[in-house]
Design a protein around this ligand. Structure first.
Ligand code: CA2
Length: 146
């Protein structure tokens, strides 16, 4: 299964409009378009989505069990709060890469704990939009291995 689900959580639809010093100047649509191009070169397909709803993210993670070879996830603030997302990820059973635009370890203490990390194969933080590209390259390797 060479289709990769790239999920973005709450408020990431605002990327490129505020707080560029933390999150960069690229919009989420621009990140999605670049990833779609990069995926082609890697022989992958990207399914790029965003939701502000925890329930929707859980539903999408559950549905990914039947058509996606891996998940790249920036769960936004739900990273630090959501046991429901952790439980859904644990049921996925294929590679999961957690991405954060900012370096969460240089920020408030409450951002230092991630429920998502407990289910993630790997974690990338602090490299801005580039983190998504790096995650996609790593995902190609992980999918090839399985
Ligand atoms: O660094 C990341 O990627 C985060 O997942 C971003 C979340 C934050 O809660 C996590 O701790 C780290 C916040 C996303 C909010 O995105 C905005 C973008 C532009 C303007 C306002 C919010």
């Amino acid at each position: 299964m060479r289709k990769v689900l790239v999920l973005n959580g709450p408020n990431l639809n605002l990327l490129g409009t505020r707080e560029p010093e933390l999150y960069g100047r690229e919009t989420l649509d621009q990140i999605g378009a670049s990833l779609t191009d990069e995926a082609r070169a890697l022989g992958l397909e990207v399914d790029f989505r965003q939701s502000n709803s925890e329930a929707t993210l859980v539903d999408w993670i559950q549905q990914a069990r039947t058509g996606h070879g891996g998940i790249i996830l920036n769960a936004g603030a739900y990273t630090h709060t959501s046991i429901a997302i952790l439980d859904a990820l644990r049921a996925f059973g294929r590679p999961i890469i957690e991405v954060h635009l900012s370096n969460v370890y240089r920020r408030e203490d409450f951002r230092h704990h991630s429920y998502v990390s407990l289910a993630a194969t790997g974690v990338i933080a602090g490299l801005g939009a580039q983190g998504y590209s790096l995650a996609l390259k790593a995902m190609a390797t992980l999918i090839d291995r399985t």
